[in-house]
Design a protein around this ligand. Structure first.
Ligand SMILES: Nc1nc2c(ncn2[C@@H]2O[C@H](COP(=O)(O)OP(=O)(O)O)[C@@H](O)[C@H]2O)c(=O)[nH]1
Ligand SMILES: [Mg+2]
Length: 405
């Protein structure tokens, strides 16, 4: 089954648990009574609030359409807005129908459109090579495949692994046609990309730290993600370097009705994180999303700052941050791969968000990241609208990357 928002948020401590039943012993509740149930299953009240919010969001977005050019606007109609969360009880048939709809008209269409440039560049060349494919022992053919993958930013290391395996498997399976070969490539890519995708929101509050180089899409991604999060969200403006960055997050917060914890420009971002964790605990927030700065020209300082932010969060709430997500701008190709390595050494990433897949032919970078970083890609983004952010699905991605033109 394709990954959707519905099975993206993990609300119990048990990994990969797909049940819609609340776990009996989720997190020890610090307050007795009705509050504790809100951790796993929203009460009627929470659900109603969320529905109202969703509706308000759509209205606001319509009204906002001509506003601010640095603040992306979701122009999708109500029915094309993706599922907000997991808990609604739907039958298997309903789920399957919805899934199908998403695949045909909704998200899969967006993904295919977003990856069009990547697909055209890879598949176009691949088709030409395949047209001359004679047999699996044709060394020239495999060299050509290697060149094509490297040119789509899969990178030398991952390409040689991929092609080596492909060559061997094509031999074993006695592959004779280009079509079979392409199916094998999709299968391979899927296997390489597969990973534990879920976002852990089982804690109360769950703290998610968003890190990444400037301009890679941290703030925008927080603004989009907050639309899908279950429960009560809170945001923290940890990028204190520019006033505009604080305002940008505040605008997103207003749109979805989530409080934004901020200090003045130039303030210590660890102090903002401290305030935010305290506020989230006090307010009973379910998920706290913390934005950070990402000035790479002060690399040493940046890493020291992130370490400090992390330490402060952990001190305020042992076990937190529960997720540390890195945004990687796909248009930067191999450079993005280097960023992922560097951030992972310092802050121990739990997931990667690959953004701007729409503007590039470098979609192959996803394979390099999956193969070389050892951190799962959890979300991808193919545009500036809320609906352009989606949980990552290895099969879907492989098909959109190497499938029919
Ligand atoms: N085309 C496209 N633009 C994006 C995507 N994600 C973010 N952006 C844009 O990239 C720019 C930088 O994003 P921002 O969130 O401010 O980056 P930050 O500096 O990491 O916080 C903004 O103009 C966003 O609208 C995406 O998936 N596709
Ligand atoms: Mg930002």
């Amino acid at each position: 089954m394709a990954r959707s928002w519905r099975n993206f948020f993990r609300k119990t401590e048990e990994p990969e648990q797909e049940t819609t039943q609340p776990a009996e012993e989720a997190e020890a509740p610090d307050s007795a009574g009705t509050d504790s149930t809100a951790e796993d299953v929203p009460t009627e009240e929470v659900r109603a609030q969320r529905e109202t919010l969703q509706a308000t969001k759509v209205l606001e977005e319509e009204a906002d359409e001509e506003q601010a050019d640095d603040e992306p606007v979701d122009e999708t109609s109500e029915e094309s807005l993706p599922e907000p969360d997991v808990v609604e009880e739907t039958s298997d048939e309903e789920a399957a129908a919805e899934e199908q709809e998403t695949r045909s008209g909704g998200w899969f269409g967006r993904l295919r459109t977003g990856l069009r440039r990547s697909r055209e560049s890879v598949v176009g060349q691949l088709n030409a090579a395949i047209a001359e494919f004679r047999d699996t022992e044709d060394e020239e053919f495999w060299e050509r495949v290697e060149e094509i993958l490297i040119s789509s930013d899969v990178g030398v290391k991952t390409t040689s692994k991929l092609v080596g395996e492909l060559e061997q498997e094509a031999l074993e399976r006695n592959i004779t046609s280009g079509e079979q070969l392409r199916a094998l490539m999709i299968e391979h890519a899927e296997r390489m990309l597969a990973g534990p995708v879920e976002l852990d929101v089982s804690h109360k509050p769950t703290v998610i730290l968003m890190v990444g180089v400037n301009g890679t899409g941290k703030t925008t991604t927080i603004g989009k993600l907050v639309n899908f999060l279950p429960g009560k969200a809170m945001l923290a403006a940890g990028d204190t370097f520019r006033a505009a960055a604080i305002e940008q997050l505040q605008r997103w917060g207003e749109r979805v009705g989530a409080p934004v914890i901020a200090r003045e420009r130039g303030a210590d971002s660890a102090a903002v994180a401290h305030d935010a964790v305290e506020a989230a605990k006090l307010d009973g927030a379910d998920v706290l999303l913390i934005d950070t700065a990402g000035r790479l020209h002060t690399k040493v300082n940046l890493m020291a700052e992130l370490e400090k932010v992390r330490r402060i969060i952990e001190r305020q709430l042992p076990g937190a941050p529960h997720e540390v997500l890195l945004t990687v701008d796909a248009t930067t190709g191999q450079n993005g791969l280097r960023q992922a390595k560097m951030f992972n050494e310092v802050v121990n990433l739990t997931g990667i968000i690959l953004t701007k897949l729409d503007g590039t032919a470098k979609g192959g970078i996803a394979l390099a990241i999956a193969n070389e970083i050892g951190v799962p890609i959890k979300l991808i983004s193919v545009g500036e609208q809320v609906g352009d952010l989606h949980p990552f699905d290895a099969r879907e991605f492989a098909e959109a990357l190497y499938g029919e033109l």
